[in-house]
Structure formats: C-alpha cells, structure tokens
Design a protein around this ligand. Structure first.
Ligand SMILES: Cc1cc2nc3c(=O)[nH]c(=O)nc-3n(C[C@H](O)[C@H](O)[C@H](O)COP(=O)(O)OP(=O)(O)OC[C@H]3O[C@@H](n4cnc5c(N)ncnc54)[C@H](O)[C@@H]3O)c2cc1C
Length: 402
C-alpha cells in the first residue's frame, strides 16, 4: 500500500475565493479569515475542490491500493443468498448477469454457497448458469452471521482469487461483503444497477446512482482484485433454469477458527400480516399525487386485495406522507419488475420510470392524455382514477368470484 491519503490547504496560495466551498458536494469546506478550512470528518477526498481551485491551493494525496499480480485473478463469483436453505431470487438474478460477464471474459461462473446441509442446492445453481459451485457446509453456517460468513468468504477469496465477486444489495449482502472487501483490501461498489465489461481493459464497469440519484456514476477498480459489487434486487433478469446444464461441485474444508461468532440467532420471527412484498410482487397497484389525498389510497388497497397485489407509491405521494417510504417505487425507492403494474395518478417522471419500466404490462390511469406515463404504458385509461379504480375493483371482484 502507498502512503496514507491526505488533503490540506496550502496557505500561501489560498485567497479565500470560496470556489472550493461551492464545488464540495459534502459541505466539508468553509472559508474563515480568507482561508479555506477542510472538515476532515466530512471530506471524502473526492477531489472536486482540487479541480475547482484556480490557485493550486489544495494538496490532495490519494493512497492507491494495488493487488500484486492481477493476472492471478480469474472467474466471476456470485454469493448465494439462502435463508433457511431456500435460495433467494436475487441469486438467480446475479447468476443471469454473472453468466454474461463470465462469457465476455472467457472465464468460469462460480457460485459460493454457505450453509448447513445445503449441498443438494448445487444442482439448481448449475442449472441456472454456474460452471462451478463452492460449498462450505457446516452447522455453524446454517444461517447468516456476519463474522463466520465473512471469515469463510475471505478465506475462499484469498485461496481461489476470483476476478469479480457479485453479491445482492440486500440486508445480508451489504453487511457481508463490505467486511470481505476490507479484509482483502479491494474496492467495493454498492448498489449497482448496471454491470458491463470494458472491452479494452477488461475491467468491470459498475454503474450506480450517485448524489441522491441525480447522476449515474460508473466506477472501476482497476488496481485491485477481486472487483466487488453489490447489485440491486430486481434490476437484472433472473437466469432461467436449464436442467441439462452440467458443472462441478467443490466441497470446501472450513477451519474451525473461521467459525467463531460473537452473536447468535435466538429466534426467527416471520413477517406477519397479509402484506405482499413490493419487490417480490407479481402485480403492483401504485398511486401518485393524482390520488389527491391519503384516504384515497384505500381505493388502491381494495383493488390490490382483490387481485393479490402489493401497493406502491410515487415519491410525491410518499413525500406528502400518504404512504410510507418502504412503498416508494423509483430511483430513490424500490426497483420492481412485476408482471402487471398499475400506475394511478402518476405522471411518469423519469425517476419513477426507472423503478418500474421493466414491468411486463403497465396499465396507466391518468386524466391528462399527454402525461408521459402513457409513453411507456401497455394500456392507457384517460380519466379520473378515483372513479376508474373502484370500477376495476368491482369488475375484477366479479370475474374472480371474490
Ligand atoms: C433525485 C431525484 C430522485 C427521485 N426519485 C423518485 C423516486 O424514486 N420515485 C418517484 O416516484 N419519484 C422520484 N422523484 C420525483 C419525480 O421527479 C416526480 O416528482 C414524482 O415521480 C412525481 O410523482 P407523481 O407522478 O405522483 O406526481 P405528479 O408529477 O404531480 O403527477 C400527478 C399526476 O396525476 C394526474 N392526476 C391528477 N389527478 C388525477 C385524477 N383524479 N385521476 C387520474 N390522474 C390524475 C396528473 O395528470 C399528473 O399526471 C425523484 C426526483 C429526484 C430529483
């Protein structure tokens, strides 16, 4: 590793012009007595101030981590997220995307499966695109725990040296791979919505929203391996299972020392209530500002309960406190990919569309015939959602005999 990173103001050169203050996206610089002061607790060393400064008055030194020999690193890895032996759908999405990357690089796609008595799941992972499955099978790994999972994965990464390591941007994934990335001293891009290979450098191009979703940033880890990324749920298509595919299963020995944990699970409490999860739902009924007041969301709840849908919302509806944030669909909310998406009183701004336009069928209800949502809608109904939604509910109730 090179010398430590540092940033400082060169006092002789600073004229207190405040250009750096305006340029800093993190509010980390203030000018006092004609001299810029950097708050190191807020500064991320992004370098925006250095570019903005016309007087070369900021000295930024960035330490660069490097992996000794990048050529030793090969294969694309996917962390298999399992809960009580059930493989979560995010894994199938990662296998679909990982397969494309591995094919482009001429590498193997490997799945890494940690658990207890889970070896039999290997066939499913191979059917969904894995060439090789590494299995770490120990009772201590039956359910996710940060410390042993991170220790076992770190050990596997050190021994097998993958070039790329993908994980879901889920609660488990986010908690887990950051520990691994720190341990193996490599870069990690969180919450990616797009992955590609740079044809010239063969580096992984990791795209994710940045600065509150105002820009899409593409990030590379050119000097360290593996290139690690967490990927947003429901952005990539799931790999389709092909039972005729073949691959190998490698059962890994796990040293006892790796299995130590300062925490243990006392109880698993299943989510109660008849709530359909937004990210998993096949049908979503969403409402926007056009629903006009929070009480009118009960019209959407009625339709949703008849057709077995989850209820979503635009940011305008969430910002107005009509629905909780957990229901927000869009760039700064959830990305969804249902079979049918009803957009009721939603105009269809780009930040909403990026979260739902992958739906198979979009039904838009809006009283403005020029609303942008109609450009992406499969079926459009021009009219008052407050009247049309109850009519749809009544009609579906009749058809479905409910
Ligand atoms: C960085 C950033 C991130 C963002 N992230 C998100 C995000 O994650 N999700 C998101 O949704 N937005 C997001 N937004 C906000 C987005 O730009 C829009 O402001 C928002 O989507 C608008 O919500 P809306 O369609 O409900 O409201 P509006 O744009 O106000 O549209 C209301 C629509 O309802 C129609 N209407 C009115 N009354 C009726 C009626 N009775 N019947 C039928 N139709 C009716 C109107 O014709 C209009 O088209 C983000 C913005 C920024 C800048």
């Amino acid at each position: 590793m090179a010398a430590e990173s540092s940033i400082r103001i060169i006092e002789d050169k600073c004229v207190g012009c405040k250009l750096c203050v305006k340029a800093c996206p993190f509010g980390a610089i203030a000018v006092e007595d004609q001299l810029a002061q950097i708050d190191l607790l807020k500064c991320t060393l992004c370098g925006a101030c250095v570019e903005a400064c016309r007087f070369d008055a900021i000295d930024l030194k960035k330490a660069v981590e490097t992996t000794a020999d990048l050529s030793q690193y090969h294969d694309v890895w996917v962390f298999v997220e399992q809960v009580d032996g059930h493989i979560e759908s995010i894994t199938h999405e990662l296998l679909g995307e990982g397969r494309k990357l591995a094919d482009q690089l001429g590498m193997k796609l490997c799945a890494v499966l940690l658990g207890s008595g889970i070896g039999k799941q290997s066939a499913e992972l191979i059917a969904r695109g894995a060439d090789r499955v590494y299995v770490a099978d120990r009772p201590e790994l039956a359910y996710f725990q940060d410390e042993p999972y991170a220790a076992v994965l770190t050990d596997l990464v050190r021994r097998h040296k993958p070039a790329i390591f993908l994980c879901g941007a889920t609660t488990i994934g986010r908690s887990l791979v950051s520990r691994v990335a720190v341990a193996v001293r490599t870069g990690l891009t969180a919450d990616c919505t797009g992955l590609a290979i740079d044809p010239e450098t063969r580096n992984l191009l990791q795209t994710r929203p940045a600065f509150g979703g105002n820009i899409m940033a593409t990030i590379i880890s050119p000097a360290t391996r593996p290139q690690m990324a967490t990927v947003r749920h429901k952005v990539m298509k799931e790999a389709v299972a092909d039972p005729s595919r073949t691959g190998e299963t490698v059962v890994e020995a796990v040293a006892d020392a790796l299995l130590k944990s300062r925490t243990r699970r006392l109880n698993l409490v299943a989510e109660t209530g008849n709530v359909v999860k937004l990210a998993e739902a096949d049908i979503i009924v969403s409402g926007g500002r056009g629903m006009q007041k929070p009480e009118n969301f009960s019209l959407l709840q009625d339709l949703a309960s008849v057709i077995g849908a989850a209820v979503g919302a635009s940011r305008a509806a969430v910002d107005a406190n009509w629905m909780p944030y957990s229901h927000q669909v869009g760039q700064t909310g959830k990305t969804v990919c249902p079979k049918i998406y009803f957009a009721c009183g939603i105009s269809g701004q780009i930040q909403h569309l990026v979260g739902m336009s992958a739906a198979d069928i979009i039904v838009a209800i809006n009283k403005d015939p020029d609303a942008p949502i109609f450009k992406v809608a499969t079926y459009g109904i021009v009219g008052d959602a407050l009247k049309i939604v109850p009519m749809l509910t009544a009609e579906f109730r009749k058809m479905l005999g409910k």
